[in-house]
Write a protein that binds this ligand. Structure first.
Ligand SMILES: Nc1ncnc2c1ncn2[C@@H]1O[C@H](COP(=O)(O)OP(=O)(O)O)[C@@H](O)[C@H]1O
Ligand SMILES: [Mg+2]
Length: 412
């Protein structure tokens, strides 16, 4: 194929995506499944901005691990509140400052100024002087601001107590002033706030809204929303979403991180496109998981070397059954059957059921496989096993180790 043809054939290839940008980090969805409570709490808290503007300055602190929806919830709330304010003739601005990029008090105040499109030459002014100019501008135009300080913990660490004090307790100095500034602080945990003086700390922590890691069923709903918008119909089956949700779900031993789940879905789609596949398959997902979680891959490969011969054979049995299956999980009974078949092949006496079961538990505890108990079916409960990494290269590595162990055993 000529270079021209190669490029053209890739570009013309149909894609599983109809709108990939829906999976971008910057995309803000219309709805936030499973964050209704947090949104309602924010609304309750900031209600006075609408009902009695200027009377109180309100703060909220959003807390939770990475990828649990703190940033997006703040954005969505800001968007909705601004709309409502507009309808009531209140000039409210939502200002989202990422403290990772603003870093200093100067940077933060500058971001606030920029969002008001203030064009005064700020050079040479202190943050305090800048802030007074901003407040004057707001007063003159009868404006209000809801300022979200995202990655606030970082700001606290870098800018220190005085900067925070200045920013959030401005009104202590001017108790008569109309309250035009409101804050949403966003951070992963409370640890860093300990370096603040107690009064400032208690001011910031007055209203805490917690974001728990997502459960698998919740991630499934979030993924479903994105799937429907990002992919053509019938290119990503529910089973694919369920697999991703199970890997990341907090109740399944994952981190409950929606960002990671969405990223896996995106990369799985890219992997499918790359192969010219009309659908996203489980192996694409396993590949995607390996990409975003190199640590996991390394950890699993590291752990393999500690396995004994029979544990390796059980693992190979799992891989072989998964390869034959279109499901994310294989049943314990099928794995055992495959295990006995492999033992026959290697001319090794198979171990008993209870022992094989023990091997599976070891593999799970070492973080090599995922397993769970099926919901009660016709024949009662059974153990279901899955693997979060690409099967093809994995089986090769297992084969190498099995060969090595067999040789070792033969020479003893
Ligand atoms: N409830 C939800 N519904 C839809 N998308 C969500 C939800 N929670 C998180 N997301 C998405 O997951 C990703 C991570 O969320 P984000 O708000 O950045 O998490 P955090 O700020 O807590 O680290 C973003 O792409 C966000 O749009
Ligand atoms: Mg965030």
């Amino acid at each position: 194929m000529s270079i021209n043809n190669i490029v053209e054939s890739v570009i013309n290839r149909v894609s599983v995506f109809k709108n990939r940008s829906v999976l971008d980090r910057s995309y803000i969805p219309d709805n936030l499944p499973h964050r209704e409570n947090q949104l309602a709490m924010l609304a309750e808290l900031f209600k006075p901005i609408i009902t009695s503007p200027g009377t109180v300055s309100i703060t909220a602190l959003l807390i939770g691990d990475v990828g649990v929806g703190k940033t997006v919830t703040s954005y969505v709330f800001g968007r909705e509140l601004t709309k409502i304010a507009e309808r009531k003739g209140i000039k409210l601005k939502y200002v989202h400052v990422n403290c990772h990029s603003a870093r200093t008090l100067y940077g933060v105040v500058q971001s606030i100024a920029a969002s008001f499109s203030l064009t005064i030459p700020f050079r040479g002014l202190s943050p305090r002087e800048m802030m007074l100019i901003i407040l004057n501008h707001m007063k003159k135009n009868d404006m209000y601001a809801l300022i979200a300080l995202d990655e606030f913990g970082y700001f606290v660490r870098v800018a220190g107590n005085d900067a925070i004090y200045f920013l959030v307790r401005l009104y202590d100095e001017y108790p008569e002033a109309e309250k035009r500034l409101h804050y949403i602080f966003i951070t992963r945990n409370l640890d860093v706030l300990g370096i603040l003086d107690p009064a400032t700390e208690s001011y910031i922590t007055k209203h805490i809204i917690k974001f728990e890691p997502y459960k698998a069923s919740e991630l499934f709903d979030i993924l479903k929303q994105r799937r429907d918008l990002a992919f053509y119909e019938n290119t990503v089956d529910d089973g694919i979403l369920k697999f991703i949700a199970d890997v990341e779900g907090y109740d399944r031993g994952g981190k409950g991180n929606a960002r990671a789940a969405i990223e896996i879905l995106l990369r799985a789609g890219i992997a499918a496109d790359y192969e010219g596949s009309q659908k996203v398959f489980l192996e694409h997902v396993r590949k995607a998981i390996g990409e975003i979680n190199e640590e996991l891959l390394v950890e699993i490969s590291d752990n393999l070397q500690f396995l004994q011969l029979h544990e390796l054979i059980v693992l190979k049995a799992i891989v072989r059954r998964l390869k034959k299956s279109s499901e994310a999980y294989v049943k314990m009974g099928d794995v055992e059957e495959e295990y006995r078949y492999l033992c026959q092949l290697y001319n090794i006496k198979p171990r008993k059921h209870t022992q094989v079961y023990e091997y599976v538990r070891t593999l799970k505890n070492m973080g090599i496989i995922n397993s769970r108990t099926s919901s009660k079916g016709l024949r009662g409960r059974t153990t279901l096993i899955s693997l979060p990494i690409p099967l093809e290269p994995f089986e090769k590595r297992i084969d190498e180790l099995i060969d090595k162990r067999v040789l070792e055993e033969a020479s003893t």
